[in-house]
Design a protein around this ligand. Structure first.
Ligand code: HEM
Length: 404
């Protein structure tokens, strides 16, 4: 994979520090940790995800319950134009909140609403390839909004700390309900130099909460926008879904019977390119790559973008063409599917990949079963242009959902 390599942002003078740099320097959580800590914590996180149903049938049921709550809420908009962002974010976030905190939140819950907004602001104001990451001195300029970002991160931490404290108060080791409980149980083992510290817990929750909400929700918002731009594809997908499922609940067993839905989703992921820079990494040892010397500790930004738009893999890369993922028999697969890397690759591949794929399929299929998605103004369709923050997100837009 082609890598863009930027100079190290290691020597950072006194406060206020860039939150991204603080995260990197803490070396805690999953995204910014490495070595033995990362290995132990990644194993623990994936085991706990599986224990609470990831990849199992019960998770599907939980996601579908959330999808149904969302559909009910959306029906209330009638045929009025509205921006779906906050409602969709809340719904997607609830899936990960159930795993982390053992509960979902009402969309109207004011604390939850505020948290979702903070998270969205964090994703839209932070950019890993921003000049301020390379030249930390720029953080003093108001345009880089460092103080705003710091405040957002602190507020998110406060919410998480509160939830951990509630769990600590009610902790019962014979009743482990969610990720926080499972982590607190590990803490009771009192292992010397344990990686299960309070700080590690807070940061991991923040990362799960952030990674599990904005990425998936942003991909869905792109998918709705592509459906608005390509009503022919909307008709095709609806026809296929009507034939295979009708109005019954979609399940993952339907996915293979709906190759068009998968091909459409893959093409959206390719063009929307929600995480074009994956997560930055730094090598722990000096090494050579294609003749370039890369010293230990270099801040490296991985360009997934270069893969998604590689004309050797995806001919006419800027053209929306889900057919590229379908073979002559209409089956979704082949080299192009294998080479698409929206979740990155290797040992650091996205931990939530299977959950995200499940969510994308179930949310999108239900949307198409329930609604015809239309632009607010057919003469002025919102642009398919992204803005780069921590994710590549579409500009805010209004849509109309017409009940089918
Ligand atoms: C469409 C949705 C998603 C996309 C496009 C996506 C993409 C990514 C990418 C590109 C990375 C960086 C991999 C690297 O470092 O090279 C990543 C890491 C990660 N993602 Fe996702 N993600 C999505 C959904 C989720 C969900 C739902 C979760 C929650 C369970 C999640 C949890 C994580 C975690 C914990 C990491 C850090 C893994 C590690 O460094 O060991 N992601 N994701």
């Amino acid at each position: 994979m082609f890598c863009v390599i930027k100079s190290a942002a290691q020597k950072v003078p006194s406060a206020p520090m860039l939150p991204l740099v603080i995260s990197v320097k803490q070396k805690l959580g999953l995204v910014w940790s490495s070595g033995a800590l990362w290995k132990e914590q990644r194993t623990f996180a994936s085991t706990t995800l599986r224990k609470f149903g990831f990849g199992k049938r019960c998770l599907q049921t939980q996601i579908m319950e959330e999808v149904d709550c969302l559909m009910e809420k959306l029906e209330k908009f009638g045929s009025k134009p509205f921006d779906i962002q906050d409602t969709l974010n809340a719904s997607v976030s609830n899936v990960i909140c159930s795993f982390l905190f053992g509960k979902r939140f009402e969309y109207e819950d004011s604390t939850f609403k505020r948290l979702i907004t903070l998270l969205h602001n964090l994703f839209t104001t932070t950019n890993v390839s921003s000049p301020v990451v390379i030249f930390p001195v720029l953080r003093f300029l108001p345009m880089f909004k460092v103080t705003t970002i710091r405040k957002i991160v602190n507020d998110i931490y406060e919410f998480i700390k509160e939830k951990i404290e509630e769990h600590r108060q009610n902790f019962d080791e014979s009743n482990i309900n969610d990720f926080i409980d499972a982590f607190l149980l590990e803490q009771t083992k009192k292992v010397e130099n344990s990686t299960f510290t309070d700080e590690q817990l807070i940061i991991t929750i923040k990362e799960f909460f952030a990674a599990g909400t904005e990425t998936t929700s942003t991909t869905l918002r792109w998918a709705l926008l592509f459906l608005i731009h390509h009503p022919d594809w909307q008709t095709k997908l609806q026809r296929d879904i009507d034939e295979v499922i009708g109005q019954g609940h979609p399940t993952m067993e339907h996915k293979d019977q709906l190759p068009s839905v998968e091909a459409f989703t893959l093409e959206v992921q390719r063009l929307a390119n929600v995480t074009p820079h994956a997560a930055p990494h730094a090598p722990t040892e000096d090494f050579y790559y294609k003749g370039y010397f890369i010293p230990k500790g270099t801040f490296m930004i991985i360009s997934l973008d270069s893969v998604m738009n590689d004309p050797n893999i995806f001919p006419e890369p800027h053209k929306f063409n889900p057919e590229r993922f379908l073979n002559d028999r209409g089956v979704c697969g082949g080299e192009q599917k294998d080479k698409l890397l929206p979740f990155s690759a290797g040992r650091r591949v996205c931990l939530g990949e299977s959950l995200a794929k499940m969510e994308l399929f179930l949310f999108l299929t239900r949307f198409l079963q329930k609604f015809r998605i239309k632009p607010e103004n057919p003469d002025c369709v919102p642009p398919l242009e992204g803005t780069l923050g921590l994710t590549n997100f579409p500009k805010s837009y209004n849509l109309i959902l017409l009940k089918r």
